[in-house]
Every structure is written in C-alpha cells, then in structure tokens.
Design a protein around this ligand. Structure first.
Ligand SMILES: [Zn+2]
Length: 134
C-alpha cells in the first residue's frame, strides 16, 4: 500500500505547507489506483503551530470534487512546522479516513523539508513508501 505522486505534486505540497508557516498546513491528495494526481490545500481552521483541523466547508467541497471526478481520497496531508515527520499521538488518536494514507511534511530540520507517508489504522502506525515520479 505505497503511494505514488505524479510529477510536480510533491513540490505543490511543500510549497503550500511552506507558505503557511509558522502554522500547520493541511490538505488532501487524490487520484486513482494509489497514484496521487491532485492536491487540494485546505485551511487549517485552528491556525495553530502544533495542530490542525480542516475547515469543514473546504473539506466537504474537496471530497465532493474528488468523488465527482471519479477519483479517490488517497492521503491526508499536514505539516509539522517544528516537529519530526512522524505522526504525533494526537494524529494517531484523531486519524480520520482509515482508507487514506497520511503524508507529513516536517520543516523541523532546515529549509529542506522531510516528507514521509504512513498508514494509521486502529491506533497502529505503519510507514509506507512515497514514490515520486519525476
Ligand atoms: Zn501532526
């Protein structure tokens, strides 16, 4: 259950989450057959540096758009402005959409972000491979 990202998509995710620093940013990755083709940035309504909650109206609009395009929700994306690229206890506790992967962008180390993917099911965290098509 790895996840592949179409060309340019990782850059979109990194650019967006960097643009909302120092706050956590979040969004959705959608596509077909475990290949993500589209990124939907979603406003973090908590405007927090340490947690996120997707603005419900944007989340619903995004999910509706994904469904009407015949695509699937493949991953929930969020950033950790200062923390490592691993799910926090809160991320594990509040993981929605068990069918979707979780992609975390960490800006903790430097200007070079670290991006990692996980599956979170029933409180268990398993790292997955993110393949980036260049
Ligand atoms: Zn988190």
């Amino acid at each position: 259950m790895n996840l592949t990202l179409d060309p340019g998509l990782l850059e979109q995710v990194v650019d967006y989450t960097r643009s909302v620093l120092p706050l956590e940013g979040c969004g959705l990755l959608a596509g077909r057959a475990l290949t993500a083709a589209r990124f939907f940035p979603i406003t973090n309504r908590l405007a927090s540096r340490t947690e996120y909650d997707m603005e419900p109206s944007e989340l619903i609009a995004g999910l509706r758009h994904i469904r009407s395009s015949g695509e699937s929700l493949l991953a929930i994306v969020h950033s950790h402005p200062r923390g490592p690229a691993v799910p926090s206890p809160r991320d594990v506790e509040q993981a929605l959409y068990p069918e979707a992967a979780h992609v975390i962008v960490s800006f903790a180390l430097s200007e070079t972000p670290e991006v990692r993917g996980f599956r979170i099911m029933d409180g268990n965290v398993v790292e997955i491979e993110l393949r980036v098509i260049v």
